[in-house]
Design a protein around this ligand. Sequence first.
Ligand SMILES: [Zn+2]
Length: 434
Amino acid sequence: MAYGRVERLDNLLFRPYAYLSMTDRLYYRDSFLYDFDAEVRSVLESPRPALILDRTAFYPTSGGQIHDTGWISPAASNASGAEASEKFRVTEVVDTEDGHIVHYLEAPLKDIKPGSRIRGEIDPARRRDHMQQHSAQHVLSSAFVRLFGMPTVSFHMADDYCSIDLDTPSLTQNQIEAAERLANEIVIENRPVDIRFSTREEAAALGLRKIPSAERDQLRLIDIHDFDLTACGGTHVAHTGQIGSILLRKFEKVRHGYRLEFVAGLRAIATARRDFSTLTDTAALFSANIYDVPQQARKSLDEIKALRKQREQSLEDLAAAQAQTLLAEVPERNGRRLVVRTFTDRDLNFIKLLAQKLTRQATAVALLATESPTPALVFAQTAGQSYDMAALLKQTLAKLGGRGGGTKDLAQGGAPSAEGLAGALAAAAETLAA
Ligand SMILES: [Zn+2]
């Protein structure tokens, strides 16, 4: 999830903050701290304006969780500073490899130097949403381990949904529903979620769900009472009830297991609302109850299939009948009948079908065209005759400015306009009579 981070830091060319001590992460101890004061340690101008502080409550993108946003403003310098100072938007927060947190700002903060005091405010709605999603992930990952022994190998948080990758060769709808149920029971039980710190040795003895591979002496543990204990640096709720609800959605096979999408908290409500609206709109099209939509849709698709088949048969019959009429209208000359006809409203498929009928029902040459919906030509002859339909068509299209091709016995093409079609057909017929 450290998108763009490496590139951005390389762009800095040097690290003016490398000598600074690591940023004190206030969110490590309190996820509900939305306002804080801090001292500026470093001001960066390139590639974007940014600040490094001595301490921060802003969470940087890491561990699958996306960063906080919010505002930074200069702290009031005196007692008369009641007047609200200008706020600057924090658009992105990143973690550097040497333990600093960089706050990217929409615009440079005026008159801010190392040593200046600032006030930071986290966007509370976004933070709450992230706490809900991330805490839901802990509950869900533990539910899959407890019920089916399926470990979570990665977690991804996007703006609209989250996903976990489960290390398992198979995953069924029933298993998903069972895990969803257990996870929501843990939410309803409103279990305390504590933050604890321990050494790696202590953590190993506690039976963690997952021990991070990073070489760190002290681990930050998230303890969902009697349900899940795992090392994590993210922001979490204080009680599972604050997650609200957990809704599992799409799952798909990925290279090393299954990817499962979920939404929690207000995202679950928003998603359910959107699902319901979509389903309601669809049900209205069928004048049906929403729960009858799959049955109605299936029925409609079956009807469409049957009608398509009927239509094909009708066109076959119509073409055969029309071919018979057309053949009766023209005299036989030199052992063959020449049918030349321009239609005003038949599609290419129909005149092709008609040409096939004409040249099968009798020894014939058919020069057919249609003016709309799309101007098109079909030239056909009963096999075994000496003409070349592809060549004749090519000659005719050259005059009309169209394109097409085919074989000696059947060729088709399109013309840019209906103008001159009938004349071109008559000219082509004359070359056959010559
Ligand atoms: Zn976590």
